[in-house]
Design a protein around this ligand. Structure first.
Ligand code: HEM
Ligand code: HEM
Length: 209
């Protein structure tokens, strides 16, 4: 039997973990309302689904604002400064090497993608609130451009394009977590639940590996 020894460290604080779950679930439910509306076509059900989409959208706006605040004011591994590794990103592009050096905290390459995702989510929040105003006379933007119907296209196109990018992100995110768990032989996905990260300790207990 193989025995491994691990170093364990508390990395992700509870606020970050709650925000991750909040935003992840909001996004999955937002996508579910879109898929269900495609399934049901026109009708009363569809109207209700878009209403739900808007309320879930508000939940996501709150979650994104919370994450941006925590990225500036939170503890070390929640901060955007701990996710900023331009030298590592450049190195990965130049040598076409996606293997990042192990560290406690976000994976250096994944961090770049997470920052991009937050940027996309900010655009989703603005265009979504714009659509809520233009198409449903709802939300905080309604007083400004609720009656400017011509803005519909302006908001709709980026909103739909980013929707597709986010589906790709979620699939790659989950696949990358599974891949890392196998390749690095360490529990990783649970880190956003328990807050603990593990690293294989090559200095001891690994002689059977
Ligand atoms: C089974 C579900 C999921 C699990 C187990 C999971 C787990 C994780 C873990 C372990 C990390 C940290 C990875 C690292 O250290 O680099 C992470 C980060 C992240 N995940 Fe997930 N994730 C899940 C679903 C989602 C979904 C649906 C989204 C939606 C877009 C998402 C968005 C993110 C983002 C944006 C980050 C960066 C975290 C931050 O704010 O600092 N995750 N996730
Ligand atoms: C990651 C988050 C989101 C995803 C994946 C998403 C996805 C989508 C998609 C695919 C559409 C259909 C676009 C089209 O008609 O071409 C849509 C429409 C819409 N979204 Fe979002 N959305 C998100 C966030 C938001 C937010 C934050 C709001 C704001 C509250 C919002 C409000 C709306 C509205 C009002 C519509 C138009 C509904 C209609 O046609 O009646 N969305 N969304």
């Amino acid at each position: 039997m193989e025995t491994f020894s691990y170093r364990r460290q508390k990395v992700y604080d509870p606020v970050l973990r709650i925000i991750h779950a909040w935003n992840g679930l909001s996004i999955l439910f937002l996508m579910a309302t879109v898929w269900l509306s495609e399934l049901f076509g026109q009708g009363v059900g569809e109207k209700t689904l878009w209403q739900m989409h808007i309320y879930l959208g508000y939940a996501l706006v709150v979650g994104v604002v919370a994450r941006l605040t925590w990225g500036i004011a939170g503890p070390r591994h929640a901060r955007f400064s701990d996710m900023w590794h331009p030298a590592a990103w450049w190195n990965a592009v130049r040598h076409l090497n996606l293997q990042a050096a192990p560290r406690f905290g976000h994976n250096t390459l994944a961090s770049g993608v997470y920052l991009l995702v937050y940027l996309l989510l900010a655009v989703m929040a603005v265009t979504g609130l714009g659509l809520a105003a233009v198409e449903h006379s709802m939300g905080p933007f309604n007083v400004w451009f609720g009656d400017m119907a011509w803005l519909k296209e302006v908001f709709e196109e980026p909103h739909e394009a980013i929707y597709n990018l986010l589906i790709a992100f979620v699939l790659v995110h989950i696949a990358a977590l599974v891949w890392h768990e196998r390749h690095d032989r360490t529990p990783l996905a649970q880190a956003m639940v328990s807050g603990y990260q593990y690293q294989l300790d090559s200095t001891k207990g690994d002689e059977h590996a």
